[in-house]
Each structure stands twice: as C-alpha cells, then as structure tokens.
Design a binder for this molecule. Structure first.
Ligand code: SAH
Ligand code: SF4
Length: 335
C-alpha cells in the first residue's frame, strides 16, 4: 500500500491521526486480506478505503513448493510479474525480495539477467512482497515468523536506489515491518558509486558483493558490469566500506566449472580474503540455469572448502534452498 497516499487520503477527509496508525498497523501485520476484514475500523472508513486503494499492490499468480522453500509468482498492477521466495532454515524463516522486473546487467549465469530489464519496482511493490509472505503464513495458521530479509531476488537493488532505501526504512521501522537491520542483507553486482553511498548511510544492514572472480577478464566475461566498474575500482570501494563501517563485508562466489574454479582462482580468492579481517566469503555451488553454466563438481567444491578451512579466511558454503523449483539464487525469471 502507498503509505503517503493513505495519509493524504485520511487527512483530506478529516479522520483523526490515530486512524492512520491503526490502518498501517493492520497492513504491516499481514493478518488481513482486505480493508473489509479490519473490523477495528468504522464500517464507513472500511468502505471508503476499499473503494479507493488496493491493500496490497501484488496478486498471487502461482505458488511452487519444495521442502524448504516456496516460490511465489506475483503479478503487478500493469500485468508484469516478479518472483519472491520464502526459505525455511529450520530455526528461522527468510524471504528473498526482488527490486526490479528483470535486470539490465545480464550476468551470464543468471536467469533474471537473461530475461532483460523491464522496470524498477516501487517502494510498495518491494515491501508488499514481505507482507505477501506474512499473509501467506497467517492464512495457513503458521506460528512461524519471518526473521530475515535478503535483497537477492530479481534485479540489481543498487540500480533502484531511492526505492531500495525507502523500502529498507519501512522494513526496519518499528512502525513498519520491524525487522532488525542486522537481519537484512542487500546484494549488489558491484555498482561502485552506490557502494560508497551505502557506506555513507552507516546502517547495520549487511552488504554482499557478487564477486565470482578475481581475474578481471574472467569477471568481465561473466558480468558485463565489470567493464563499467572493473575489479580494482570495485575492491577499493570494498576496502573503504570495511574501513569506514568496521562491519563485515560479504562476498558471493558462485563456483562454475572450468570458469572460476581452478587452483589459481582459489589462491587469488584466499589472498584477497586474507587482505582484510572483515571480509567474509559465501561460496555458492552454481545453480544450473542455462546449459552453458555447469556447476563445479563436488570434488572441486571440496577442494575450495578444505583449503579455505585450512588457511583461515571466514567463509560458509551456502545451502541453496529451492533449486528443485527454480527458486534458488539466479534462477528467478518471469516471461
Ligand atoms: N543483482 C544482485 C542481487 C540479486 S542476485 C546481485 O547480483 O548481487 C543474488 C545472488 O545470486 C548474486 O550473488 C548472484 O550472483 C547469485 N546468482 C546469480 N545466478 C546464480 C546461479 N545460477 N547460481 C547461483 N547463484 C547465482
Ligand atoms: Fe542482475 Fe544480479 Fe542476475 Fe546479475 S546476478 S543479472 S546483477 S540479478
């Protein structure tokens, strides 16, 4: 819902201030499918609101379930569609949000990149993905709560900067979705000026950089954005981030067979990670999307993890939930 429009609507009709807080509290709770169900509001107000606003800006068109992940395809008011994923890690639930319909950056290993760019999502379209999942849990009588939010769905968050920042505020706010900053992560393919902007925001929100190679020509072949912001420039921004914020910086490295998984790739990666104690690696075996992208074989993944464990850099091997329903990283696409 467009909160500013709601505020203007209520004040233009002379409703008291507390009605705004009441309606928004209901909206963020995810316990209501429509204004009609908000029985704590006067009937006339409910009717007015239903006639003037959609409560949620997204409509469910398809749901796919796997044991630990559910992927929803949601249709926007102009008929375009996006995908969002709910992941169950056992002791916590996490949602993965999209920020754009498609993506203009065209990374070779990513299904969203291959579909091209359609448009940016609005603030309400970003926030409503999280509320969609709250509604879904509430409808299914689930006692579980969503405790983490990752901006790792369709699109490049840093190319939808203003709406990203506004939606982060709402998601974090106690009068909004009330998710702690440390439980929110944003991933970027490396839009360098925005990494500096994000550093200056000086929040506790986690930042992840999609690295994927420390060889400039290899990174360019995988991620065309590396032409505009080559590795040396990107890495400067990364050092600046950790120096300024004193916070951990996460790097995503998708292992693709015979592309970025050689012994020399591994030693470059280790040297880089050891260059700052706040660098943290998320190693991700590639999820198959296109026939050209072949995940590194298990023995290669093992060689990486064994060597990393032995030599000390902080890392995790990320569990990719939902690959069987094309809900894992890089597999989101809508026609
Ligand atoms: N555009 C942003 C955020 C969305 S992509 C970015 O690129 O960082 C989220 C993560 O999924 C990124 O780290 C991306 O590199 C990764 N990813 C893309 N395609 C993938 C694939 N086929 N297998 C595994 N991870 C992939
Ligand atoms: Fe866009 Fe990220 Fe996919 Fe690259 S990996 S195409 S930046 S969504």
């Amino acid at each position: 819902m467009d909160i500013d429009a709601l505020k203007a609507f209520l004040s233009s009709r002379g409703f008291p201030e507390y009605r705004f807080r009441q309606v928004t509290k209901n909206y963020f709770s995810g316990r209501y499918q429509g204004f009609e169900q908000m029985t704590d509001l006067p009937a006339a107000l409910r009717q007015h609101l239903s006639a003037s606003f959609p409560l949620y800006s997204l409509k469910l068109s398809a749901l796919e379930k796997s044991p630990q992940a559910i992927k929803a395809r949601l249709v926007l008011s102009d008929g375009l569609a996006i995908e969002t994923v709910l992941m169950d890690y056992g002791s916590w639930l996490s949602v993965c949000l999209s920020t754009q319909v498609g993506c203009s950056l065209g990374c070779r290993f990513c299904a969203t990149g291959v579909m091209g760019f359609k448009r940016n999502l609005s603030v309400e379209e970003i926030v409503d993905q999280l509320l969609f999942w709250r509604c879904h849990l509430s409808e299914n009588g689930s006692p579980q709560k969503i405790s983490r939010v990752v901006f790792m769905g369709m699109g490049e968050p840093f190319l939808n900067w203003d709406n990203l920042v506004a939606s982060l505020k709402i998601i974090n706010s106690p009068s909004g979705c009330f998710i702690g900053q440390r439980k929110i992560s944003v991933s970027t393919a490396g839009i360098v000026p925005r990494i500096y902007d994000f550093t200056r925001l000086n929040t506790q929100i986690n930042l992840a950089i999609s690295l994927h190679s420390l060889k400039n020509h290899v990174r360019t072949s995988l991620m065309p954005v590396n032409r505009q912001f080559p590795l040396p420039v990107l890495l400067d921004a990364c050092f600046n981030y950790v120096e300024q914020t004193k916070r951990q910086l996460f790097f995503e490295y998708v292992l693709i067979r015979d592309v970025n998984d050689s012994p020399s790739d591994l030693s470059l990666l280790i040297d880089f990670l050891r260059s700052h104690r706040l660098f943290f690696l998320n190693l991700i075996p590639a999820n198959p999307v296109l026939s050209k992208i072949v995940p590194s074989p298990p023995q290669t993944v093992n060689r990486f993890t064994r060597t990393l464990s032995r030599l000390g850099p902080n890392f995790t091997l990320r569990r990719s939930l939902g690959a069987d329903i094309s809900a894992a990283c890089g597999q989101l696409a809508t026609k």
